[in-house]
Design a protein. Sequence first.
Length: 255
Amino acid sequence: MFYDRLLTIFISCPSLLIGRHRAPIKTKKMVVTDTKPLADAFRQMSGSSYPPVTEKFERGKTIFFPGDPAERVYFLQGGAVKLSRVYEAGDEITVALLRENSVFGVLSLITGNKSDRFYHALAFTPVELMSLPIEQVQKALKENPELSMIMLQGLSSRILQTEMMIETLAHRDMESRLVSFLLILCRDFGVSSPDGMDGITIDLKLSHQAIAEAIGSTRVTITRVLGDLRSDQLISIHKKKITVHDPVALSQRFA
């Protein structure tokens, strides 16, 4: 079951459950694998002659649209990026929320053919990116198999999250869908709660509208369900940051 998979992730990372500080503030994201080599690998791909381009995007700004030429590969240095699929009817479904130290815009690398962008990439928070021409990345990966393995390892977490997002959206009732989404965010954006409190704080400022758009709901429904979870003392919210006090208990609520 979906919740069993999430519990396996939490059990494999005990610090997610006991709320201890794992790293300095600058690298406090709850990451299962060490992602620093991915940043180093991305810089190494550029070589000395063609350094990566660095860009900053304000929250809500589009990085690329579906149908745009897939000419560059991106590395997320800071912030969060939302990837979504836009359909002809106008519906937009979130397929991933990328944390810092993520690589995206890699479809052409995987297929081996030049293609247009498949997703809408949006700055979910203020973000800072590095990017390289796709031909440069392809050349570096062919010449150095070790870089290819580091890139593959970096993409594995993204693939897992996308699978979980798809399973989340398969839930018909919004309560289960929201709980699943919160647990995914705990995995990817969770930090130890401040002031010694138990639980995991999702290190993103989330409006009710942003959550609703991410899981295909309405702001009114999200407000109601979050209120129920707060009343049951499963979560608390401070300055738009949600703290999950007991991920296991929350996962079992709608299991």
